[in-house]
Design a protein around this ligand. Sequence first.
Ligand SMILES: NC(=O)c1ccc[n+]([C@@H]2O[C@H](COP(=O)([O-])OP(=O)(O)OC[C@H]3O[C@@H](n4cnc5c(N)ncnc54)[C@H](OP(=O)(O)O)[C@@H]3O)[C@@H](O)[C@H]2O)c1
Length: 270
Amino acid sequence: MLAHAVIDELKENNELICTDVEDLDITDEQKTIEFVNNLKPEYIINCAAYTAVDKAEDDKVLAEKVNSIGPKNLAKASKIADCTLIHISTDYVFDGEKDVNESYKEDEKIGPVTVYGETKANGEKNIRENCDKYYIFRTAWLYGEGNNFVRTMLKLGKEKEEINVVADQHGSPTYAVDLASIISQAIDKKIPYGIYHTTNQGFTTWYEFTKEIFEYAGINCKVNPVTSEEFVRPAKRPKNSKLSKDKILSLGIKIPEYKDALKRYIEKEI
Ligand SMILES: NC(=O)c1ccc[n+]([C@@H]2O[C@H](COP(=O)([O-])OP(=O)(O)OC[C@H]3O[C@@H](n4cnc5c(N)ncnc54)[C@H](OP(=O)(O)O)[C@@H]3O)[C@@H](O)[C@H]2O)c1
């Protein structure tokens, strides 16, 4: 999903080499190093990941390979080729138990409670330990091209008279197009290397967000709030996914509000 938005954002003013798993499997250390060293790019933008959060609970080996070993290989390769690695991580590196009136800062202690979160946290650690020139952009609740929460709700809203949505998980929905813009701005401004929280601005719950999706799309479907306990999933969802953007905002990076992003996405989608 994110890769499409990144390509659209950067293709006009940059020479891009885009790969999928057929061209380059990032879990293969030797091939990854050779590939990067042959190209000697200025930047590597890693949008590849194992993103099936529930499936990962029973598929730890593959999730670890893609989310932890893959970034390690890219970090080693970027160090050898002397380029900058841009990597995407997640709110799931935190346990989500923080008071929901507060948001997580970049330097707070992580403590993943899912296999997906653990593998992504390991990926971050591997990058920090294997190269110096890196950006780790933690994001959350991503939607954009392809299947995603907003598209699912738009479909269900048209089919059903009412729908139950979890109301006790808090976070920021993030439009992939806006995350791609943040990446592009970070490159242009050459912000200091490190970890940054990069979601759209503003906080909401899945319940409130669904009501906004229906409102902006003109869909008449009743939304009932339910608790996480009433909507059990194989992988536990964080109650608090709120990421503070203070660090990146202080560097002059512009980030739109999630409501503005949702309106733009829905205009495009319907
Ligand atoms: N989606 C979210 O809500 C969310 C939230 C927070 C953070 N993130 C992070 O944001 C980033 C982008 O997520 P996304 O939703 O755009 O992901 P996505 O749509 O699932 O795309 C991930 C891509 O990685 C590829 N891939 C898997 N294994 C690979 C390998 N070994 N080598 C090379 N490519 C491989 C996949 O290829 P195939 O399709 O062929 O398997 C897929 O095209 C990820 O780092 C994710 O962890 C996502």
